[in-house]
Ligand binder design. Structure first.
Ligand SMILES: [Zn+2]
Length: 213
């Protein structure tokens, strides 16, 4: 069974949100310098790279990342490919004719090309609008993911986040879907168990569901 890793590598030169100090791994002890083992320390924002937004990110007293039920983070998942768009709204989503039992949805857009094209942050990334977020809530989507560092737009993304997170929809950001075709998969999403946090970096995998066995 093929497993695709859709998480971004955590490196010093990775693309980060403007104002973020990015990611740093520094050596505390090194065998090279006479220590008996190698030890490192990491420093980053909770919203670095591939990560989960918990409701607390935009909802006062909302659910924290360690409180998200694992049942939402693991299970059947639909990947849709939406090239040539800047915004994903209710109309876009309804035109997809998703099966009514879809609960996890990953949006593959032109953003996925940005991971290989350039490291510099791109403000004009493809985003989900507030109407798109409302559509997802109305259609009982419990997890939605996108292939850039925010699901909402750079300047007006607050409403999109509020609509999703107020409904306890799990938001996955910073996915690399460049190697993934549209279709049905099993999603395995494991955010770090950061107690009380509003988000956490995650390792996210897709496993192809074999239809004929
Ligand atoms: Zn985030």
């Amino acid at each position: 069974v093929k497993i695709v890793d859709i998480s971004l590598p955590l490196t010093a030169d990775m693309t980060a949100w403007p104002g973020s100090s990015g990611f740093a791994l520094t050596w505390v002890d090194q065998i090279e310098s006479g220590h008996e083992c190698n030890n490192s320390r990491i420093a980053c924002d909770t919203h670095i790279g591939t990560h989960v937004d918990a409701p607390l990110h935009f909802v006062n007293k909302g659910r924290t990342v360690d409180q998200i039920p694992l049942e939402l983070l693991i299970g059947p998942c639909r990947v849709v490919y939406l090239p040539g768009l800047l915004k994903i709204d209710a109309e876009t989503l309804s035109s997809l004719k998703l099966e009514t039992d879809t609960r996890r949805l990953l949006l593959k857009t032109d953003n996925s090309n940005l991971w290989t094209a350039k490291k510099k942050f791109e403000k004009n990334f493809v985003c989900l609008t507030a109407s798109g977020a409302q559509w997802l809530v109305q259609h009982e989507i419990s997890l939605v993911g996108i292939d850039y560092l925010s699901i909402g737009s750079y300047s007006t993304g607050v409403k999109t986040h509020q609509v999703l997170l107020e409904a306890n929809v799990v938001v996955l950001e910073g996915l690399n879907l460049s190697e993934v075709e549209a279709g049905e998969y099993e999603l395995i999403c494991l955010p770090l168990k950061l107690v009380g946090a509003e988000g956490a970096p995650a390792r996210v995998l897709l496993r192809k569901i074999a239809k004929n066995y």
